[in-house]
Design a protein around this ligand. Structure first.
Ligand SMILES: NC(=O)c1ccc[n+]([C@@H]2O[C@H](COP(=O)([O-])OP(=O)(O)OC[C@H]3O[C@@H](n4cnc5c(N)ncnc54)[C@H](O)[C@@H]3O)[C@@H](O)[C@H]2O)c1
Length: 324
């Protein structure tokens, strides 16, 4: 049986990916330092506790197992923190990725799927973003992800690695069986924050700007169900195994939803009023960030099937009630 390594598999997207990989018949091993992940979400694989920045620990992992592919989710990903702690971000995200690539080359592991982000595009100049959009990150987090993508390309050229760098738009929702879901602390993602406001765990939900040039004035984003993301990762590996080209691709739904639309669906789903307030726009928040995800759909023969706002918020709400 194929054995795959999921680095950061105790985290939000990584744990959903472990479930999808196990369902596809792969044996999975998780490597995670549990800095933001959770041991109880490692249900589909043994957990090897370790830090991707620890080169010796990474080498030992590859000595102990012969992997056929690496999925690399482990990263620091808070934009504000990345501004305050650049060394921490460059070390974890970039040096950590280099440690993995070195071990892959040394042990002849052929394929890597690396978690990238829409933050590589910065503030795009078009409403629907395809992969030809210039990479122009506006924060340290985004810069480290661009650097990782470029490093992966260099290693691929020199050592014949196959790679896919999926650039996620807004990952959201939770496993429909509620076996895993989102559990970040502090929580920075809009849907869990909205649900916390619905439960009264936090005060009013802040709408950052209601005077954007969008249909209702609030910012528009592309929300993709985490299960669809996970399935796309399995499809990306299948693509590489069949000899498909190495690529960076957007993973989104190609559909935008505004903050006001989120609030309305959340009110209906939860049956709660959800108090809101309008706050000033945040620096670096574009009016609209929506993927043109045609390339991933075509190359991987994949499409999102769980990503209606209703399903995303229903699954996230049920997870919230179970977990918190
Ligand atoms: N959540 C999103 O909407 C989103 C959007 C775009 C990109 N991404 C990217 O997707 C990936 C996963 O994001 P997530 O939301 O699941 O985050 P997460 O924090 O839930 O998961 C990251 C996992 O990596 C582990 N980790 C962190 N540093 C590590 C280290 N040095 N060594 C070993 N393990 C380490 C954490 O413990 C955690 O389990 C990240 O690379 C992130 O940049 C996420």
């Amino acid at each position: 049986m194929d054995k795959v390594l999921v680095v950061g598999g105790a985290g939000y997207i990584g744990s959903h990916c472990c479930k999808a990989l196990a369902a596809s018949g792969r044996e999975v091993v998780v490597f995670d330092n549990l800095s933001t992940g959770h041991e109880d979400l490692c249900l589909w694989a043994p957990l090897v506790k370790g830090d991707v920045c620890d080169k010796a620990a990474v080498s030992q992992l590859f000595e102990d197992h012969q992997f056929s592919a690496v999925f690399h989710f482990a990263a620091k990903s808070l934009v504000g923190e990345s501004a305050a702690k650049p060394a921490f971000y460059w070390n974890t995200n970039v040096s950590g990725t280099m440690n993995l690539l070195d071990a892959m080359v040394h042990h002849s592991v052929p394929n890597i799927i690396f978690s990238s982000t829409a933050a590589v595009y910065g503030e795009p100049d078009r409403p629907l973003i395809d992969e030809t959009q210039t990479l122009a990150p506006i924060n340290t987090y985004g810069r480290t992800k661009v650097a990782c993508e470029q490093m992966i390309r260099s290693y691929a050229e020199a050592h014949q690695l196959g790679y896919v760098c999926p650039r996620y738009f807004n990952a959201a929702g939770a496993d429909a069986d509620l076996e895993t879901g989102e559990d970040h602390s502090p929580e920075t993602h809009v849907i869990p924050i909205l649900l916390e406001a619905a439960r009264g765990i936090r005060g009013k939900f802040s709408i950052f700007g209601d005077d954007y040039a969008t249909s209702d004035g609030t910012a528009v984003r592309d929300y993709i169900h985490v299960t669809d993301l996970a399935n796309a990762h399995v499809a990306a590996l299948d693509h590489l195994v069949l000899g498909g080209e190495s690529v960076a691709v957007n993973l989104g739904t190609s559909q935008g939803a505004s903050v006001k639309e989120l609030i309305e669906v959340a009110r209906t789903t939860t049956g709660k009023t959800i108090p809101t307030e309008v706050a000033p726009r945040r620096a670096g928040d574009p009016a609209q960030l929506v993927a043109d995800a045609t390339k991933a759909q075509t190359l991987f023969n994949w499409k999102p099937t769980n990503s209606t706002l209703e399903q995303i918020i229903d699954d996230a709400w049920r997870w919230h009630l179970k977990r918190f």
